[in-house]
Ligand binder design. Sequence first.
Ligand code: GDP
Ligand code: MG
Length: 443
Amino acid sequence: FESLQERLGATFSRLGGKKTLDENNIKEGLREVRLALLEADVNFKVVKRFVDQVKERALGDEVLKGLEPGQHFIKIVNEELIELLGGEQQDLDLKARPLKLMMVGLQGSGKTTSSGKIALFLRKQHGKKPYLVPADVYRPAAIDQLNTLARQLDVPVYPSTTDMNPVDICKDALVKAEELGCDLILFDTAGRLHIDEKLMDELANIKRECQPQEILFVADAMTGQDAVTVAESFNDKLGITGVVLTKMDGDARGGAALSIKTVTGRSVKFVGVGEKLSELELFHPDRIASRILGMGDMMTLIEKAQSEIDEEEAKALAEKMAKAEFDFEDFLGHMRKLKKLGSMEGLLKMIPGMGNIMKQLGDNALPEDEMKRTEAIISSMTLKERRQPELLKNASRKDRIARGSGVKIADVNALIKNFKQMSKVMQSMMGGGDGKKKKGLFG
Ligand code: GDP
Ligand code: MG
């Protein structure tokens, strides 16, 4: 599996320093974009439309100074994608009292979980007082599930039972919410495994009776292609106002976001990134765009290259890594500097050739939420220990560092292990060329 950035790099390298993009030299590039989108499981009709759009924009474009033709082409693709994913996005009407959100979508897409997440999010960010309404009466477990979430969040919930009618539930919930002084009402509706006329009628009735400002279509990011027909029928019947894209913590490329946006004209508003209630994010078109294109942080590099990125520094860092001179002190320094620019992963990916290394590292790569802890641990090391990581074989040193940074010894060990693995991979990938085996940092 190669990223689009790598494939386009190869495609365009033959063009050398061509200064304009024309029908001929973008042909293969367009093909790669097409493949990348199909791999991200974007619907083929959507792909075609998008590729045509990119072509139109790219033709006759002059390659920006300081960029290779391939990079310039990627820039166009990425910008078009962000534009398309974002478009004219409508914010939630937070002034509405009450703000009524209706969650719709197939079974298992994440409606109930997202209801809880959005309740928490809007309470935390905007001081909303949520009221949860279980309107899926077909499965007793569904009512229990929302009740459990409500308890966890300490949010009131409508006392639905399986013998009640979902439309009545929702109507009555409006009254109850007002009595309780709640100003955010979330209708967690039933889903089916497939589109179902009876269910659609029921949802349409809820919409008519309760007039929600938002009908949020909840889509599992893994569904890709299928998302199109499903989104289309929900939209036709109900007129969705936005999308919640769930399970983006998995390895889904996010092609569903593009497909749904194209067929319904509605953007993603929230992204689910885990099972926990706190794991909800606002939608960032740029993040999904690079994910769909499998480009890592190439765009960041390109943008920085255009303006201010210190490429020299990145090169120097890569050389240090290759020579196995990269130690905890370098690590800390760069981590702090790059915290401003983006994630640690972002930093590593910006270094030429590093994308592959990151892939090899896989789970050993540092996720962003570990950065703080990592920084604390390294800060508790003496300068000597940072410069000579092999000193850290000593247990009493590790014990002191753990206590100093308020973590467990196991965390210190994990960091050392990660670091060791990272430098090993870096050495083999970057320093392996000259045949001379260098002594690693850990002897
Ligand atoms: P519903 O049938 O549409 O109400 O779907 P649920 O809310 O019950 O979610 C179905 C499953 O997906 C549950 O196991 C959830 O924990 C899980 N889930 C929902 N959103 C996410 C997410 O963003 N990430 C992950 N990993 N799991 C999710
Ligand atoms: Mg549910």
